[in-house]
Design a binder for this molecule. Structure first.
Ligand code: FAD
Length: 383
């Protein structure tokens, strides 16, 4: 990714804000299992961070995607995955979707308030019966005189039980196959919306994940994004940016853990030598460092393609697949090198180990990404 001096200056300022607003507080949030996402959004919005790349006329800063890239990297420095997960939905998943396809009413009622940090967003595609096969989803949006009636249930949704609105992928029945899918903005204060928090998660303990149930929810026609039938395409575009973003966050997290692991391994002595002087450990860390360089370079190229407006779902998927796998590996080695102390949670590596596990599902299961990559390889998948 081509970054200039302005991007690097931005990095310094965003790092200071995240240190103050997340790094210093996240241990408490994780201990309590609650992140004050509404408060956090308001605070970060005041710094302009919720609308970096959004249009100026919608209250954003209208900056290029290099700023989104730096934002993702810096979120990866926070020693817990929860803030990156919740905020990525707000800034780099839902907001770009609303900016691309939102009607004037959507921009007025949700996009601008979301950029101001007044509303928390969710994107609801996955259902209890599955998330990989979007063509099989069952939530319905049936056209009425004034809009749509929505029925169905979405599960595992980031910000799901706290969001003020959700962008919901629905089946309209107006065409065959995925041609009938539509994305609707559904404010969660509408009659018939029920939000329930998932509890007892392996990781991301302070990040909200929830189920959204819609029972005869009346949604105004103006809250349709794009046209009926464009839901799949819009969702796919969203996946492209989401996967690029998640890849860069994961690499930031991997870099943080690897650095801390090297720091530990240089000080911890076994058989009279630092752990780094044992080739088994030193080479393992070197391999991870080399891999980190390679994947960072690839993810940067994918981000650049995105910034250049190229179709790059395949590249975004490869970046996300490899970056999140690498993070799991780095966290695993990090835990190993710390021995029992790591397992007992003396620092945040144990947390990263748990959080990192979500990387093989969130934003698309590894096998779903491989399915897409294989489709490109064999010529059966096109963007
Ligand atoms: C932390 C977290 C946050 C999330 N946030 C959101 C969110 O905000 N919004 C949202 O809509 N969803 C969200 N999800 C859900 C996520 O998108 C789904 O987990 C993912 O799409 C996979 O769907 P599934 O879990 O229902 O698994 P299924 O679709 O039931 O798949 C189960 C398993 O089957 C395998 N599989 C899948 N596809 C293939 C294939 N083509 N070939 C072979 N094997 C395959 C994989 O191993 C997969 O894990 C989140 C998930 C997590 C863990």
């Amino acid at each position: 990714m081509k970054l200039n001096r302005q991007h690097e200056l931005f990095r310094e300022s965003v790092r200071m804000v995240l240190d103050r607003e997340c790094v210093e507080l996240v241990d408490d949030w994780e201990r309590d299992g609650v992140m004050p996402v509404h408060q956090l959004c308001k605070t970060l919005a005041a710094e302009g961070l919720l609308g970096l790349t959004m249009p100026v006329e919608d209250g954003g800063l209208g900056l290029d995607l290099g700023y989104s890239y730096v934002w993702a990297q810096e979120l990866g420095r926070v020693p817990a995955g929860a803030p990156a997960m919740a905020l990525s939905v707000q800034t780099d998943i839902v907001a770009p979707l609303l900016a691309r396809a939102g009607t004037p009413e959507v921009r007025r009622d949700v996009l601008r308030p979301a950029i101001r940090g007044e509303l928390v967003a969710a994107l609801a595609a996955t259902e209890p019966a599955g998330g990989s096969d979007l063509g099989a989803l069952t939530t319905t949006a049936v056209r009425t005189e004034r809009g749509f009636t929505v029925n169905g249930t979405k599960a595992f949704i980031t910000n799901g039980s706290v969001a003020d609105f959700a962008v919901v992928l629905c089946r309209t029945g107006e065409a065959a196959g995925i041609g009938d899918l539509a994305l609707l903005v559904v404010p969660t204060n509408l009659a018939g919306v029920r939000q329930v928090r998932h509890t007892g998660k392996l990781g991301h303990r302070s990040c909200d994940h929830g189920t959204l149930t819609f029972t005869d929810v009346e949604v105004p026609a103006a809250y349709l994004l794009g046209e009926v039938g464009e839901g799949y395409e819009l969702q796919t575009r969203t996946f492209t940016r989401e996967r690029c973003f998640l890849a860069v966050v994961a690499l930031g997290q991997a870099e943080r853990v690897l650095r801390a692991t090297v720091h530990h391994a240089r000080r911890r002595r076994v058989l009279g030598r630092a752990l780094t002087d044992h080739q088994a450990i030193g080479f393992r860390l070197a391999e991870l460092d080399a891999e980190l360089d390679l994947v960072r370079s690839y993810a940067g190229e994918a981000y650049q393609l995105l910034a250049d407006g190229a179709q790059c779902l395949r590249e975004a998927s490869i970046a996300k697949l490899r970056a999140t796998r690498l993070l799991r590996e780095v966290a695993d080695v990090g835990l190993q090198v710390r021995g029992a102390a790591g397992y007992l949670g003396v620092d945040d590596v144990e947390r990263t180990y748990r959080d990192a596990r979500a990387g093989s599902f969130a934003g698309g299961a590894d096998e779903a990404l491989l399915h897409l990559i294989a489709g490109h390889l064999t010529g059966t998948e096109q963007e």
